[in-house]
Design a binder for this molecule. Structure first.
Ligand SMILES: Cc1cc2nc3c(=O)[nH]c(=O)nc-3n(C[C@H](O)[C@H](O)[C@H](O)COP(=O)(O)O)c2cc1C
Length: 385
C-alpha cells in the first residue's frame, strides 16, 4: 500500500471503503456548504512567522485540557454514528486516542453505547450531551456517563434544530441503512465494511434505543431530532445540567463574545469555538477567524478550545498561536476510521502530531506552551505598527 502522508490520503481511502450514505454524512455541510468550505480555507489566510537559527532540540507538545494532561493539544470531537463509518467505530477511535494520549469524546448519537465504550477502554473518556425534551432520559444519561467514569461533559449548544444537509436527505440516511436497491448495490461494493459490520451487534443508536421511552425506531435521524431535541434550551437549562454534573463541563458551539462571557460567568470549565464543522448555521464565520476576539474577552477566565476545519498540524499550530488552549478534530479522524479502523485513527493522529511538531520547530519553538501570537505574521505586523 502507498504510504499515508496526509489526512487527504485517509479521506480518499474512506471515500472508497465506506458506504456512500455514511461517507457523505461526514463529508458534507449544511445548505450551500459555504461555511463548511470556509472553515478549512480560513486557516490558509493565517500566515506563520518563520524563525531560523534557534535551538529546537528537545521539543514538547504536551499540555493540558480542563486539568487532564494530553500528549498534544488535540481531542477527538464527538461524531454521531461513528460506528457506521466502521464497525465498533467509537471503541476503535477511543482506543486509538488512549494510545496517542489524547481525549476521546463520545457523542450522544453514537452507535456503541457509553457502557460498551467504557467496557472496552481503560482510560476515562468524555461524553457529549444533547439536551432533549424528555428530561428524565437526559438525567439518566448524565448518570450513565457519571457511572462510566467520564471525566468531562461536553454540552453541545448549536444543534437544537437541525440544519439540512442535502446529501443526507437524498441518500435517505439511516442507521442501519435501509435495504433499498441503491443501498444494497452500493454496500455490495464495500466488502471490508460489510464483513466488519457483520461481526458486531452494535448497529443502531446504543445510548438511546432501549433507554429512551418508546424509542425503538430512530431510522430517520432528522425526524427524530426535530421531535426530541429541546428547542427551549437556554442558559437556565445549562444551569440545570450543571447542577447534575460536578465534574468538568465544556460548552460546545460558542462563536460569539457575549455568549463566551456568559459561559465564563456560569462557571463552565471550557468553551469550544466551533460551528459544528459547517453543519449548522450556513453563513457563519470560520471559528479560526472568531478565535482572537473570544480569547481576548474571556481567555483569562475560561479555557478556550477550537474545533471546525482542522485538517493538519499546521492548522492546530495556528489555533494555539492565536490563543486556543487546545483543539478538536472531527472529520480528520473519521476519515482515518473509515479508511482503516483503529489503525486509521492512529494514522490520522500520527500525521497531525508530526505536522504540528515540524511546524512548531520551523517557527523556532520547542515547547507548545510557548507558542503565541508572536508566531503569526499578521499579528506581529499589527503589533509593530
Ligand atoms: C459526521 C459528523 C457527525 C457529528 N456529530 C456530532 C454530534 O453527535 N455531536 C456534536 O456535538 N458534534 C457533532 N459533530 C461536530 C463535531 O463534533 C465537530 O464540531 C466538527 O466535526 C469539527 O469540524 P471538523 O470535522 O472540520 O474537524 C459531527 C461532525 C461530523 C462531521
Amino acid at each position: 500500500m502507498t504510504p499515508i502522508t496526509s489526512i487527504a490520503d485517509l479521506q480518499e481511502l474512506a471515500r472508497r471503503r465506506v458506504p456512500k450514505m455514511f461517507y457523505d454524512y461526514a463529508d458534507s455541510g449544511s445548505y450551500t456548504e459555504g461555511t463548511y468550505r470556509d472553515n478549512t480555507d480560513a486557516f490558509g489566510r493565517h500566515k506563520l512567522r518563520q524563525r531560523v537559527a534557534v535551538n529546537i532540540d528537545n521539543r514538547s507538545l504536551k499540555t493540558s485540557m480542563v486539568g487532564r494532561e494530553v500528549a498534544m493539544p488535540v481531542a477527538l470531537a464527538p461524531v454521531g454514528m461513528t460506528g457506521m463509518q466502521h464497525a465498533d467505530g467509537e471503541i476503535a477511535a477511543a482506543l486509538a486516542a488512549e494510545a496517542a494520549g489524547v481525549p476521546f469524546t463520545l457523542s450522544t448519537m453514537s452507535v456503541c453505547s457509553i457502557e460498551a465504550v467504557a467496557e472496552a477502554t481503560t482510560k476515562p473518556f468524555w461524553f457529549q450531551l444533547y439536551v432533549m425534551r424528555d428530561r428524565g432520559f437526559i438525567e439518566a444519561l448524565i448518570k450513565r456517563a457519571y457511572a462510566a467514569n467520564c471525566e468531562a461533559l461536553v454540552l453541545t449548544l448549536d444543534l437544537q434544530i437541525l440544519a439540512q444537509r442535502h446529501k443526507d436527505v437524498k441518500n435517505g440516511l439511516s442507521a442501519p441503512p435501509k435495504p433499498t436497491l441503491a443501498n444494497i448495490l452500493n454496500v455490495g461494493t464495500k466488502p471490508r465494511w460489510l464483513w466488519n459490520m457483520a461481526q458486531t451487534k452494535n448497529r443502531t443508536f446504543g445510548n438511546i434505543v432501549g433507554h429512551a421511552q418508546g424509542v425503538q425506531d430512530m431510522s430517520s435521524l432528522s425526524d427524530w431530532t426535530s421531535e426530541q431535541f429541546d428547542q427551549s434550551l437556554d442558559w437556565s437549562s445549562i444551569e440545570w445540567v450543571k447542577q447534575r454534573w460536578d465534574r468538568k463541563l465544556i460548552l460546545k458551539g460558542i462563536n460569539d463574545v457575549e455568549d463566551a462571557k456568559i459561559a465564563a460567568d456560569i462557571g463552565a470549565d471550557a468553551i469550544i469555538v466551533s460551528n459544528h464543522g459547517g453543519r449548522q448555521l450556513d453563513g457563519a464565520a470560520a471559528p479560526i477567524d472568531l478565535l482572537a476576539k473570544i480569547v481576548d474577552a474571556v481567555g483569562d477566565r475560561i479555557e478556550v478550545h477550537l474545533g471546525s476545519g482542522i485538517r493538519s498540524g499546521q492548522d492546530i499550530f495556528k489555533a494555539i498561536a492565536i490563543g486556543a488552549k487546545s483543539t478538536y478534530i472531527g472529520r480528520a479522524y473519521i476519515y482515518g476510521l473509515g479508511a482503516m479502523g483503529q489503525a486509521g485513527v492512529t494514522a490520522a493522529l500520527d500525521v497531525i502530531r508530526k505536522e504540528l511538531d515540524v511546524t512548531m520547530a520551523l517557527c523556532g519553538e520547542s515547547n507548545i506552551k510557548d507558542v503565541g501570537r508572536h508566531n503569526l505574521l499578521d499579528f506581529e505586523d499589527r503589533t509593530n505598527r
